[in-house]
Ligand binder design. Sequence first.
Ligand code: APR
Ligand code: PHB
Length: 404
Amino acid sequence: MTALPLSTQVAIVGAGPSGLLLGQLLHRAGVDAVIIERQSANYVLARIRAGVLEQVTMDLLDEAGVGSRMHQEGLLHGGFDLLFRQQRHRIDLHGLTGGQQVMVYGQTEVTRDLMQARSQAGLPTVYDAQEVQIHDFDQQRPRVSWRIGGRQHQLQCDFIAGCDGFHGVCRASVPPQSITEYEKVYPFGWLGLLADTRPVHHELIYVNSPRGFALCSQRSSTRSRYYLQVPLSDKVEQWSDQAFWDELRLRLDPQAREQLHTGPSLEKSIAPLRSFVAEPMRWGRLMLAGDAAHIVPPTGAKGLNLAASDVKYLSQALIEYYREGSQAGIDHYSDLCLRRIWRAERFSWWFTSLMHRFPENGEIGQKLQEAELDYLVHSESALRSVAENYVGLPLDFGLKKPGP
Ligand code: APR
Ligand code: PHB
Protein backbone atom coordinates (compact mmCIF):
# COMPACT_ATOMS: atom_id res chain seq x y z
CA MET A 1 0.00 0.00 0.00
CA THR A 2 1.18 3.50 -0.83
CA ALA A 3 1.41 6.09 1.98
CA LEU A 4 -1.98 7.08 3.37
CA PRO A 5 -3.23 10.46 2.06
CA LEU A 6 -4.25 13.16 4.56
CA SER A 7 -7.40 13.87 2.61
CA THR A 8 -9.62 12.06 0.13
CA GLN A 9 -12.91 12.54 -1.69
CA VAL A 10 -14.85 9.75 0.07
CA ALA A 11 -13.91 8.20 3.42
CA ILE A 12 -15.51 4.76 3.67
CA VAL A 13 -15.94 3.37 7.19
CA GLY A 14 -16.05 -0.46 7.13
CA ALA A 15 -14.49 -3.03 4.78
CA GLY A 16 -17.39 -5.48 4.57
CA PRO A 17 -19.02 -6.14 1.20
CA SER A 18 -20.70 -2.68 1.16
CA GLY A 19 -17.53 -0.67 1.79
CA LEU A 20 -15.36 -2.74 -0.52
CA LEU A 21 -17.87 -2.70 -3.38
CA LEU A 22 -18.36 1.05 -3.04
CA GLY A 23 -14.59 1.55 -3.07
CA GLN A 24 -14.25 -0.51 -6.23
CA LEU A 25 -17.07 1.25 -8.14
CA LEU A 26 -15.71 4.67 -7.17
CA HIS A 27 -12.18 3.69 -8.18
CA ARG A 28 -13.38 2.61 -11.63
CA ALA A 29 -15.05 6.00 -12.04
CA GLY A 30 -11.93 7.91 -10.97
CA VAL A 31 -13.24 8.96 -7.53
CA ASP A 32 -10.73 8.63 -4.67
CA ALA A 33 -11.64 6.78 -1.49
CA VAL A 34 -9.92 5.45 1.63
CA ILE A 35 -11.44 2.57 3.62
CA ILE A 36 -11.04 2.45 7.40
CA GLU A 37 -11.85 -0.91 9.03
CA ARG A 38 -11.64 -1.77 12.71
CA GLN A 39 -10.85 -5.48 12.22
CA SER A 40 -8.08 -7.29 10.34
CA ALA A 41 -8.65 -8.53 6.77
CA ASN A 42 -8.52 -12.14 8.01
CA TYR A 43 -11.13 -11.47 10.66
CA VAL A 44 -13.46 -9.97 8.04
CA LEU A 45 -12.92 -13.03 5.82
CA ALA A 46 -13.65 -15.48 8.62
CA ARG A 47 -17.28 -14.39 8.92
CA ILE A 48 -19.64 -16.91 7.32
CA ARG A 49 -22.78 -15.36 5.93
CA ALA A 50 -25.52 -16.02 3.38
CA GLY A 51 -24.71 -16.81 -0.22
CA VAL A 52 -27.51 -16.11 -2.69
CA LEU A 53 -26.95 -13.33 -5.22
CA GLU A 54 -29.70 -11.69 -7.24
CA GLN A 55 -29.15 -10.73 -10.89
CA VAL A 56 -28.80 -7.08 -9.86
CA THR A 57 -25.92 -8.03 -7.55
CA MET A 58 -24.25 -10.25 -10.16
CA ASP A 59 -24.42 -7.35 -12.66
CA LEU A 60 -22.94 -4.99 -10.12
CA LEU A 61 -20.02 -7.30 -9.34
CA ASP A 62 -19.37 -7.51 -13.10
CA GLU A 63 -19.55 -3.71 -13.35
CA ALA A 64 -17.01 -3.52 -10.51
CA GLY A 65 -14.72 -5.87 -12.48
CA VAL A 66 -14.78 -8.63 -9.85
CA GLY A 67 -17.28 -11.09 -11.35
CA SER A 68 -15.01 -13.61 -13.08
CA ARG A 69 -14.52 -16.13 -10.23
CA MET A 70 -18.21 -15.86 -9.34
CA HIS A 71 -19.13 -16.90 -12.91
CA GLN A 72 -16.63 -19.78 -12.82
CA GLU A 73 -17.34 -21.17 -9.37
CA GLY A 74 -20.83 -19.91 -8.49
CA LEU A 75 -23.86 -22.14 -9.03
CA LEU A 76 -26.83 -20.75 -10.98
CA HIS A 77 -30.11 -21.91 -9.48
CA GLY A 78 -33.39 -21.73 -11.41
CA GLY A 79 -35.55 -22.78 -8.47
CA PHE A 80 -35.78 -23.92 -4.85
CA ASP A 81 -37.95 -26.33 -2.89
CA LEU A 82 -40.50 -25.53 -0.21
CA LEU A 83 -41.01 -28.45 2.17
CA PHE A 84 -44.10 -28.68 4.39
CA ARG A 85 -46.35 -31.52 5.59
CA GLN A 86 -43.41 -33.82 4.71
CA GLN A 87 -43.70 -32.97 1.00
CA ARG A 88 -41.50 -30.92 -1.28
CA HIS A 89 -42.79 -28.44 -3.88
CA ARG A 90 -40.42 -26.81 -6.36
CA ILE A 91 -40.66 -23.07 -6.94
CA ASP A 92 -39.62 -22.64 -10.56
CA LEU A 93 -37.96 -19.23 -10.34
CA HIS A 94 -36.81 -19.39 -13.95
CA GLY A 95 -40.23 -20.27 -15.38
CA LEU A 96 -42.19 -17.90 -13.13
CA THR A 97 -40.04 -14.83 -13.76
CA GLY A 98 -39.38 -15.11 -17.49
CA GLY A 99 -35.92 -16.64 -17.23
CA GLN A 100 -34.36 -15.18 -14.08
CA GLN A 101 -32.05 -17.17 -11.81
CA VAL A 102 -30.05 -16.59 -8.63
CA MET A 103 -26.36 -17.32 -8.06
CA VAL A 104 -25.23 -19.38 -5.08
CA TYR A 105 -21.82 -17.91 -4.21
CA GLY A 106 -20.77 -17.27 -0.61
CA GLN A 107 -20.52 -13.75 0.73
CA THR A 108 -17.06 -14.65 2.00
CA GLU A 109 -15.96 -15.26 -1.59
CA VAL A 110 -17.50 -11.98 -2.76
CA THR A 111 -15.53 -10.21 0.00
CA ARG A 112 -12.33 -12.06 -0.95
CA ASP A 113 -12.68 -11.07 -4.64
CA LEU A 114 -13.27 -7.43 -3.70
CA MET A 115 -10.33 -7.37 -1.28
CA GLN A 116 -8.04 -8.83 -3.91
CA ALA A 117 -9.12 -6.31 -6.56
CA ARG A 118 -8.52 -3.48 -4.08
CA SER A 119 -5.07 -4.59 -3.09
CA GLN A 120 -4.10 -5.29 -6.74
CA ALA A 121 -5.08 -1.73 -7.63
CA GLY A 122 -2.96 -0.48 -4.69
CA LEU A 123 -5.91 1.33 -3.12
CA PRO A 124 -5.63 2.51 0.49
CA THR A 125 -7.34 0.44 3.19
CA VAL A 126 -6.59 0.85 6.88
CA TYR A 127 -7.18 -2.34 8.88
CA ASP A 128 -7.09 -2.74 12.68
CA ALA A 129 -8.17 0.89 13.22
CA GLN A 130 -9.16 1.48 16.86
CA GLU A 131 -11.52 4.11 18.25
CA VAL A 132 -12.80 5.15 14.82
CA GLN A 133 -14.78 8.39 15.04
CA ILE A 134 -16.50 10.59 12.50
CA HIS A 135 -16.64 14.40 12.81
CA ASP A 136 -18.27 17.45 11.20
CA PHE A 137 -20.45 15.55 8.75
CA ASP A 138 -22.96 18.41 8.96
CA GLN A 139 -20.29 20.75 7.55
CA GLN A 140 -18.35 21.12 4.30
CA ARG A 141 -15.21 19.17 5.35
CA PRO A 142 -15.97 16.10 7.45
CA ARG A 143 -13.19 14.08 9.11
CA VAL A 144 -12.58 10.53 10.23
CA SER A 145 -10.14 9.82 13.06
CA TRP A 146 -8.74 6.58 14.50
CA ARG A 147 -5.86 5.19 16.48
CA ILE A 148 -3.41 2.42 15.62
CA GLY A 149 -1.15 1.37 18.45
CA GLY A 150 -0.32 4.61 20.23
CA ARG A 151 -0.70 6.82 17.12
CA GLN A 152 -3.66 9.03 16.30
CA HIS A 153 -4.64 9.45 12.62
CA GLN A 154 -6.99 11.78 10.81
CA LEU A 155 -8.44 11.93 7.30
CA GLN A 156 -10.31 14.87 5.77
CA CYS A 157 -12.90 14.19 3.09
CA ASP A 158 -15.89 15.52 1.14
CA PHE A 159 -18.22 12.68 2.16
CA ILE A 160 -18.32 9.84 4.68
CA ALA A 161 -19.86 6.53 3.59
CA GLY A 162 -21.03 4.66 6.70
CA CYS A 163 -20.59 1.01 5.61
CA ASP A 164 -19.76 -0.19 9.12
CA GLY A 165 -22.57 -2.65 9.73
CA PHE A 166 -25.27 -2.82 12.40
CA HIS A 167 -22.89 -2.23 15.35
CA GLY A 168 -20.84 0.48 13.64
CA VAL A 169 -19.99 4.00 14.75
CA CYS A 170 -21.60 5.97 11.90
CA ARG A 171 -25.31 5.50 12.62
CA ALA A 172 -24.56 5.87 16.33
CA SER A 173 -22.94 9.28 15.69
CA VAL A 174 -26.11 10.86 14.33
CA PRO A 175 -28.06 12.84 16.95
CA PRO A 176 -30.84 10.47 18.15
CA GLN A 177 -33.57 13.04 17.49
CA SER A 178 -32.60 13.07 13.78
CA ILE A 179 -33.08 9.37 13.24
CA THR A 180 -36.06 7.01 13.46
CA GLU A 181 -35.34 3.33 14.01
CA TYR A 182 -37.89 0.59 13.28
CA GLU A 183 -37.07 -2.79 14.78
CA LYS A 184 -38.49 -6.27 15.30
CA VAL A 185 -36.44 -8.95 17.04
CA TYR A 186 -37.69 -12.49 16.41
CA PRO A 187 -38.01 -14.91 19.35
CA PHE A 188 -35.56 -17.47 17.88
CA GLY A 189 -32.19 -17.77 16.12
CA TRP A 190 -30.60 -19.77 13.31
CA LEU A 191 -28.02 -22.38 14.20
CA GLY A 192 -25.80 -22.74 11.10
CA LEU A 193 -23.44 -25.58 10.25
CA LEU A 194 -20.90 -25.67 7.41
CA ALA A 195 -19.51 -29.06 6.33
CA ASP A 196 -17.52 -30.58 3.49
CA THR A 197 -20.30 -32.94 2.52
CA ARG A 198 -22.28 -33.29 -0.70
CA PRO A 199 -25.43 -31.10 -0.49
CA VAL A 200 -28.60 -33.08 0.14
CA HIS A 201 -30.16 -31.58 -3.01
CA HIS A 202 -28.89 -29.66 -6.05
CA GLU A 203 -31.09 -26.67 -5.10
CA LEU A 204 -32.00 -25.08 -1.75
CA ILE A 205 -34.75 -26.54 0.45
CA TYR A 206 -36.69 -24.20 2.80
CA VAL A 207 -38.44 -26.32 5.43
CA ASN A 208 -41.55 -25.59 7.49
CA SER A 209 -41.83 -28.32 10.12
CA PRO A 210 -43.74 -28.57 13.42
CA ARG A 211 -40.25 -28.92 15.01
CA GLY A 212 -39.22 -25.55 13.54
CA PHE A 213 -37.71 -24.11 10.36
CA ALA A 214 -34.71 -25.63 8.58
CA LEU A 215 -32.76 -24.65 5.48
CA CYS A 216 -30.56 -26.84 3.29
CA SER A 217 -28.14 -24.62 1.40
CA GLN A 218 -24.72 -25.07 -0.13
CA ARG A 219 -21.49 -23.39 -1.13
CA SER A 220 -20.39 -25.83 -3.86
CA SER A 221 -21.10 -29.38 -5.04
CA THR A 222 -18.99 -30.63 -2.11
CA ARG A 223 -19.69 -28.08 0.61
CA SER A 224 -23.04 -27.78 2.43
CA ARG A 225 -24.54 -25.12 4.65
CA TYR A 226 -27.50 -26.08 6.84
CA TYR A 227 -29.56 -24.10 9.35
CA LEU A 228 -31.98 -24.99 12.14
CA GLN A 229 -34.38 -22.68 13.97
CA VAL A 230 -33.41 -22.82 17.66
CA PRO A 231 -34.60 -20.97 20.79
CA LEU A 232 -32.64 -17.77 21.47
CA SER A 233 -31.60 -19.23 24.81
CA ASP A 234 -29.65 -22.09 23.12
CA LYS A 235 -25.85 -21.91 23.17
CA VAL A 236 -23.80 -23.30 20.32
CA GLU A 237 -21.82 -25.49 22.77
CA GLN A 238 -25.06 -27.36 23.54
CA TRP A 239 -25.21 -28.57 19.95
CA SER A 240 -22.83 -31.40 19.08
CA ASP A 241 -22.53 -32.14 15.34
CA GLN A 242 -24.46 -35.36 15.93
CA ALA A 243 -27.30 -33.52 17.67
CA PHE A 244 -27.47 -31.08 14.73
CA TRP A 245 -27.67 -33.83 12.08
CA ASP A 246 -30.24 -35.78 14.14
CA GLU A 247 -32.48 -32.74 14.48
CA LEU A 248 -32.11 -31.78 10.80
CA ARG A 249 -33.13 -35.31 9.77
CA LEU A 250 -36.28 -35.02 11.86
CA ARG A 251 -37.31 -31.85 10.00
CA LEU A 252 -36.75 -33.28 6.48
CA ASP A 253 -38.94 -35.42 4.20
CA PRO A 254 -38.17 -39.16 3.90
CA GLN A 255 -36.27 -38.83 0.60
CA ALA A 256 -34.03 -35.98 1.81
CA ARG A 257 -33.49 -37.83 5.10
CA GLU A 258 -32.13 -40.77 3.14
CA GLN A 259 -29.91 -38.61 0.92
CA LEU A 260 -28.44 -36.48 3.69
CA HIS A 261 -24.65 -36.76 3.89
CA THR A 262 -23.29 -35.86 7.30
CA GLY A 263 -19.76 -35.08 8.46
CA PRO A 264 -17.74 -32.98 10.89
CA SER A 265 -18.62 -29.29 11.03
CA LEU A 266 -16.15 -26.68 9.74
CA GLU A 267 -18.10 -23.94 11.50
CA LYS A 268 -21.14 -23.75 13.73
CA SER A 269 -22.76 -20.58 15.08
CA ILE A 270 -26.08 -19.11 16.20
CA ALA A 271 -27.36 -15.86 14.68
CA PRO A 272 -30.35 -13.87 15.97
CA LEU A 273 -33.03 -12.75 13.50
CA ARG A 274 -33.99 -9.11 13.22
CA SER A 275 -35.89 -6.70 10.97
CA PHE A 276 -34.46 -3.19 11.30
CA VAL A 277 -34.51 0.06 9.31
CA ALA A 278 -33.04 3.47 10.19
CA GLU A 279 -34.52 6.49 8.45
CA PRO A 280 -33.26 8.63 6.82
CA MET A 281 -30.00 7.18 5.47
CA ARG A 282 -28.28 10.52 4.94
CA TRP A 283 -27.44 13.43 7.24
CA GLY A 284 -25.45 16.21 5.62
CA ARG A 285 -22.35 14.57 4.20
CA LEU A 286 -22.78 11.20 5.89
CA MET A 287 -24.51 8.43 3.93
CA LEU A 288 -25.22 5.00 5.41
CA ALA A 289 -25.24 1.84 3.28
CA GLY A 290 -25.87 -1.87 3.93
CA ASP A 291 -26.22 -3.32 7.42
CA ALA A 292 -25.40 0.08 8.98
CA ALA A 293 -28.87 1.20 7.91
CA HIS A 294 -30.96 -1.95 7.78
CA ILE A 295 -31.12 -5.64 8.70
CA VAL A 296 -33.40 -8.31 7.28
CA PRO A 297 -33.92 -11.79 8.70
CA PRO A 298 -31.97 -14.15 6.40
CA THR A 299 -34.98 -16.19 5.22
CA GLY A 300 -35.31 -14.28 1.93
CA ALA A 301 -31.52 -14.08 1.39
CA LYS A 302 -31.81 -10.33 0.87
CA GLY A 303 -29.08 -8.88 3.18
CA LEU A 304 -26.17 -8.77 0.77
CA ASN A 305 -28.40 -7.92 -2.18
CA LEU A 306 -29.87 -4.89 -0.41
CA ALA A 307 -26.39 -3.76 0.56
CA ALA A 308 -25.38 -4.04 -3.11
CA SER A 309 -28.31 -1.95 -4.33
CA ASP A 310 -27.61 0.78 -1.73
CA VAL A 311 -24.03 0.86 -2.96
CA LYS A 312 -25.17 1.08 -6.58
CA TYR A 313 -27.33 4.14 -5.80
CA LEU A 314 -24.63 5.70 -3.61
CA SER A 315 -21.85 5.25 -6.17
CA GLN A 316 -24.08 6.74 -8.88
CA ALA A 317 -24.86 9.75 -6.68
CA LEU A 318 -21.20 10.37 -5.82
CA ILE A 319 -19.99 9.90 -9.40
CA GLU A 320 -22.68 12.33 -10.62
CA TYR A 321 -21.52 14.83 -7.97
CA TYR A 322 -17.89 14.72 -9.08
CA ARG A 323 -18.54 14.51 -12.86
CA GLU A 324 -21.40 16.97 -13.18
CA GLY A 325 -21.27 18.97 -9.98
CA SER A 326 -24.85 17.84 -9.30
CA GLN A 327 -26.12 17.27 -5.76
CA ALA A 328 -29.40 15.70 -7.00
CA GLY A 329 -28.35 12.05 -6.54
CA ILE A 330 -27.09 12.74 -3.01
CA ASP A 331 -30.36 14.49 -2.14
CA HIS A 332 -32.46 11.56 -3.43
CA TYR A 333 -30.20 8.79 -2.12
CA SER A 334 -32.11 8.01 1.06
CA ASP A 335 -35.59 7.99 -0.51
CA LEU A 336 -34.45 5.86 -3.44
CA CYS A 337 -32.87 3.25 -1.17
CA LEU A 338 -35.68 3.15 1.35
CA ARG A 339 -38.36 2.23 -1.19
CA ARG A 340 -36.41 -0.86 -2.18
CA ILE A 341 -35.41 -1.62 1.41
CA TRP A 342 -38.97 -1.59 2.72
CA ARG A 343 -40.09 -3.95 -0.05
CA ALA A 344 -37.32 -6.38 0.85
CA GLU A 345 -38.10 -5.95 4.56
CA ARG A 346 -41.71 -6.86 3.86
CA PHE A 347 -40.80 -9.97 1.85
CA SER A 348 -38.21 -11.15 4.39
CA TRP A 349 -40.63 -10.64 7.31
CA TRP A 350 -43.46 -12.43 5.44
CA PHE A 351 -41.30 -15.41 4.44
CA THR A 352 -39.85 -15.64 7.97
CA SER A 353 -43.35 -15.52 9.51
CA LEU A 354 -44.58 -18.22 7.12
CA MET A 355 -41.73 -20.67 7.61
CA HIS A 356 -40.85 -20.51 11.34
CA ARG A 357 -42.51 -22.00 14.35
CA PHE A 358 -43.83 -19.28 16.68
CA PRO A 359 -44.49 -21.12 19.96
CA GLU A 360 -46.92 -18.43 21.13
CA ASN A 361 -49.18 -19.18 18.12
CA GLY A 362 -49.71 -22.80 19.22
CA GLU A 363 -50.97 -25.66 17.03
CA ILE A 364 -53.35 -23.41 15.14
CA GLY A 365 -50.39 -21.29 14.04
CA GLN A 366 -48.78 -24.34 12.43
CA LYS A 367 -52.05 -25.33 10.70
CA LEU A 368 -52.57 -21.82 9.33
CA GLN A 369 -49.02 -21.72 7.94
CA GLU A 370 -49.53 -25.08 6.24
CA ALA A 371 -52.82 -23.85 4.73
CA GLU A 372 -51.08 -20.74 3.39
CA LEU A 373 -48.25 -22.82 1.93
CA ASP A 374 -50.82 -25.17 0.37
CA TYR A 375 -52.56 -22.19 -1.23
CA LEU A 376 -49.27 -20.74 -2.38
CA VAL A 377 -47.95 -23.81 -4.19
CA HIS A 378 -51.28 -24.23 -6.02
CA SER A 379 -51.79 -20.62 -7.07
CA GLU A 380 -49.96 -19.34 -10.14
CA SER A 381 -50.24 -15.73 -9.00
CA ALA A 382 -49.04 -16.45 -5.45
CA LEU A 383 -46.10 -18.43 -6.85
CA ARG A 384 -45.22 -15.62 -9.22
CA SER A 385 -45.23 -13.13 -6.38
CA VAL A 386 -42.82 -15.26 -4.32
CA ALA A 387 -40.55 -15.91 -7.30
CA GLU A 388 -40.45 -12.24 -8.34
CA ASN A 389 -39.48 -11.14 -4.83
CA TYR A 390 -36.97 -13.94 -4.31
CA VAL A 391 -35.01 -13.26 -7.52
CA GLY A 392 -35.12 -9.56 -6.60
CA LEU A 393 -37.03 -6.60 -7.93
CA PRO A 394 -35.27 -4.60 -10.66
CA LEU A 395 -33.44 -1.47 -9.48
CA ASP A 396 -36.01 0.80 -11.12
CA PHE A 397 -39.07 -1.18 -9.94
CA GLY A 398 -41.92 1.21 -9.17
CA LEU A 399 -39.95 4.19 -10.45
CA LYS A 400 -40.93 3.83 -14.10
CA LYS A 401 -43.93 5.82 -15.24
CA PRO A 402 -46.82 3.54 -16.27
CA GLY A 403 -46.83 2.92 -20.03
CA PRO A 404 -49.40 4.50 -22.41
N1 APR B 1 -14.96 1.40 12.48
C1 APR B 1 -14.54 0.79 11.34
N2 APR B 1 -15.09 -0.34 10.87
C2 APR B 1 -16.12 -0.85 11.55
C3 APR B 1 -16.62 -0.24 12.73
C4 APR B 1 -15.99 0.93 13.18
N3 APR B 1 -16.40 1.57 14.30
N4 APR B 1 -17.67 -0.97 13.17
C5 APR B 1 -17.80 -2.00 12.33
N5 APR B 1 -16.87 -1.94 11.35
C6 APR B 1 -16.68 -2.87 10.23
C7 APR B 1 -16.93 -4.32 10.60
O1 APR B 1 -15.79 -4.90 11.22
C8 APR B 1 -17.23 -4.93 9.26
O2 APR B 1 -16.08 -5.43 8.61
O3 APR B 1 -17.63 -2.61 9.22
C9 APR B 1 -17.83 -3.78 8.44
C10 APR B 1 -19.29 -3.96 8.18
O4 APR B 1 -19.47 -5.11 7.38
P1 APR B 1 -20.82 -5.96 7.39
O5 APR B 1 -21.32 -6.11 8.77
O6 APR B 1 -20.55 -7.19 6.59
O7 APR B 1 -21.89 -5.03 6.64
P2 APR B 1 -22.02 -4.68 5.11
O8 APR B 1 -20.71 -4.46 4.45
O9 APR B 1 -23.07 -3.64 5.02
O10 APR B 1 -22.54 -6.04 4.47
C11 APR B 1 -23.86 -6.39 4.39
O11 APR B 1 -23.43 -8.44 5.47
O12 APR B 1 -24.46 -8.98 7.46
C12 APR B 1 -24.46 -9.18 6.11
O13 APR B 1 -26.71 -9.60 5.63
C13 APR B 1 -25.68 -8.72 5.52
O14 APR B 1 -25.05 -9.79 3.63
C14 APR B 1 -25.20 -8.51 4.17
C15 APR B 1 -23.91 -7.87 4.29
C1 PHB C 1 -26.87 -19.56 2.97
O1 PHB C 1 -26.48 -20.32 2.08
O2 PHB C 1 -26.16 -19.24 3.92
C2 PHB C 1 -28.27 -19.02 2.88
C3 PHB C 1 -29.02 -19.27 1.76
C4 PHB C 1 -30.30 -18.78 1.67
C5 PHB C 1 -30.83 -18.05 2.71
C6 PHB C 1 -30.06 -17.78 3.84
C7 PHB C 1 -28.78 -18.27 3.93
O3 PHB C 1 -32.12 -17.59 2.62
